[in-house]
Every structure is written in C-alpha cells, then in structure tokens.
Write a protein that binds this ligand. Structure first.
Ligand SMILES: Cc1cc2nc3c(=O)[nH]c(=O)nc-3n(C[C@H](O)[C@H](O)[C@H](O)COP(=O)(O)OP(=O)(O)OC[C@H]3O[C@@H](n4cnc5c(N)ncnc54)[C@H](O)[C@@H]3O)c2cc1C
Length: 333
C-alpha cells in the first residue's frame, strides 16, 4: 500500500467536490494491502456517494484493486470482479460479451466494491439480484471473510456493509448471470421499447434516459439522489393519503408503503432552492448540487431545510442516501 501524500485535497476524490483535505490518503492496489490498513481508515471508491463536509482527521484509503475473471457454466456465467473496477465500464464490457443482466444499471457512477454497500438500483433492477458472494477483509477480526449473498442483508439501498461502515473492506464481488435473459422494462420510458429488444438496446436506452435526466457530476458536481425514498407504515400512509391522495406510492411486500421523496420536494417548489453554493437541482428535486463553490455547511443547511419542510407538510422523515463525513467521522443529518 502506498501513501499518496499528506494534507491531500479531497475535492477531486468525491463527485460533490466540496473543499476538504485529509491528513493522508492511502491506495489499496492488492489484497494484502488491507492487512496493514489503519483501523480508522475510511475506504473510498470513486466518491460518488460520499461528501466530505470538512477537513478529515482520519486516513482515506482509495480502493483501486483491478481484475475481472469470467467462468462459463452450462446455464450461467460466474464473473469475479475486483472492488476497484469501474461499475459502468463493467456493465459495458459484460453486455458486449453477451453476459446480460446489468444493463438497467448502466451509467451509475462508482466502483464495483461500493455497489453492494448500498445495493445500487435503477429502473427496476438491484445489483443484489446478481450477487452470489462477496469476498471481504474483516477489520475487526483481522481475517478474510466470504459473504454468501443471503448473509449480506440486502435491502433498499442497504446491506450489512452499510450498517457496519468501518468493519469490512470489500475486495471482490462474484456475480452470477443466468444465460436465459429477460429484459426488465417495467419503468415507463423503457416499456416503450417493446418486448423484443436486445440487452445492448436496453443499456443504450438507460444511458440516454440518464443523460437527459440527471446532471453529469463532471459538469455540475453532485452525488445523485441525496435522500432515500421513505418507507412508512400502512397506518401512517392512511393519514398521509387523506390529505394527499395524488401522492405517488408503492406498496411493498413487507406491508410498508414507499413514497417518492423527489415528488414531495418538488411539490414544495424547492427545485432550484439555494443555500450558499448548494442548490436543489432545477430539474431533479432529489438531487442536490454544488452549483457555486459550496462548502459543507451550505449542504447541511440545505438538506436540513428540505427535511424540515417535508416533515412540516407531510409528517414524513427524509433520510440521507449519501454518506456525509466530517472531521471525526460519519455525520447523520
Ligand atoms: C449522477 C449520479 C447518479 C447516481 N445514480 C444512482 C442510481 O441510479 N442508483 C444508485 O443506487 N446509486 C446511484 N448513485 C450513487 C452512487 O453512484 C453509488 O452509490 C455507487 O455505488 C457509489 O460508488 P463509489 O465507488 O463512488 O462509492 P463511494 O462514494 O466511494 O463509497 C460509498 C460507500 O461505500 C463504501 N465503500 C466503497 N468501496 C468500498 C469497499 N471496497 N469496501 C467497503 N466499503 C466500501 C464507502 O466507505 C462509502 O461508505 C448515483 C450517483 C451519482 C453521482
């Protein structure tokens, strides 16, 4: 593991690009590097789901392990991917090789190792559907540990790794892709493609929808959806529905009801709302952006303001989907 520098600028290591510095930045390039990782180091992929609100007092460890191995079986493919590989590049490579399943998850920024952490999902597909097992380094017990998918506690933007942020370093992910492939076209704009489509067509459609809809972090710094879509109880839904019968909602198998955070923020006319250099994106209410030299406090004030307004109007709590880090560690809004 090599040490990059001291007091390194962190703005280039996260897509929200807030001004911040870290005392040291380490790079994990091979398996054995994790064995000497300081216990308080924060593992970072491409920083597309992480905001550094202030300077950071603990080390940052960039996951940069590379490598992809593909094994063919009679009815499926096994694909082992090192945690530092780029997610979107993997989707493109597999689709080009006739290995299908991930096309709805095209153009999601970040690394393969971070994908299971919040069980990335888009357009009716979640990565957990294709994960067979995950190889990790357990920092608490100083040992390697393999998690079968059933033990990863995958949920909506959730996993055992997200619940225990500093414990396991994900080294590689083993995916299983059945050879029998069916497109998932439940999402409105994809449904228009019709049933008889190729995976490449679906992937290109997803890329084009996302390019039209979402701000490119390379142009307008952002971290994608800032808040999770809240899941509320049936009893609470009955109350909310009385006042807002038109609210988009989805009944979950668990009995809970999922609401659209973006819709609520939009109804409050907060698109374009700005505090300091941070703003709600003017077309995507769920995306906060660094529109003009934002600092961490601007983002926190804006996010809290949105939470308060949503709570006041709908009685619903919004929880951050992004990871917020300040000097001593994770911050919960
Ligand atoms: C424009 C945009 C669009 C997005 N769209 C979507 C979307 O459609 N769906 C979706 O689900 N997400 C979306 N995201 C969020 C983000 O892309 C994903 O969460 C992605 O998986 C983050 O990858 P990363 O490498 O950048 O993670 P980071 O931000 O670097 O890390 C995220 C978390 O994972 C942990 N982590 C990273 N690597 C490892 C590892 N090897 N071992 C252990 N822990 C690790 C970090 O400690 C951190 O807690 C979007 C983001 C942006 C900017």
């Amino acid at each position: 593991m090599n040490k990059l520098s001291v007091f390194e600028d962190l703005s280039k290591f996260h897509t929200f690009r807030l001004p911040s510095k870290a005392r040291s930045i380490l790079t994990i390039r091979e398996r054995k590097d994790v064995e000497s990782l300081p216990r308080n180091a924060y593992v970072l992929g491409e920083g597309s789901n992480t905001l550094f609100l202030t300077d950071i007092s603990f080390p940052i460890a960039l996951m940069r392990m590379q490598g992809i191995t593909i094994t063919e079986a009679a009815d499926h493919w096994l694909v082992d991917v090192a945690a530092g590989e780029n997610w979107h590049q993997l989707v493109i490579n597999l689709t080009a090789q006739g290995i299908y399943g991930l096309e709805n998850l095209a153009l999601i920024p970040g690394t393969v190792g971070a994908a299971p952490v919040q069980n990335i999902g888009a357009y009716g597909v979640e990565v957990a559907q294709f994960i067979r097992e995950i190889e990790t380094w357990d920092r608490e017990r100083s040992t390697y540990q393999v998690f079968p998918a059933a033990e990863c506690q995958f949920g909506y933007r959730d996993s055992v790794f997200k619940q225990n942020p500093m414990r396991w370093v994900i080294l590689s992910v083993r995916f299983e892709f059945p050879k029998a492939w069916n497109p998932v076209l439940t999402y409105g704009e994809l449904a228009a493609l019709g049933g008889d489509v190729s995976a490449a067509t679906v992937m290109n459609a997803v890329i084009s929808i996302r390019q039209n809809k979402l701000p490119d972090p390379a142009v307008i710094p952002n971290a994608g959806s800032f808040f999770k879509n809240p899941e509320i109880s049936q009893a609470q839904w009955q109350q909310v529905q009385q006042d807002y019968p038109q609210m988009p909602h989805y009944h979950l198998p668990s009995g809970k009801v999922k609401l659209a955070a973006g819709w609520m923020i939009d109804q409050l006319q907060l698109k374009g709302h700005r505090i300091g250099g941070a703003a709600v994106h003017d077309r995507q209410a769920l995306v906060l952006v660094n529109s003009h030299n934002a600092v961490g406090d601007d983002v926190v004030c804006l996010a809290r303001y949105i939470q308060q307004q949503v709570h006041k109007m709908y009685g619903v709590e919004l929880e951050a989907e992004v990871r917020l880090l300040a000097q001593k560690g994770l911050v919960i809004l």
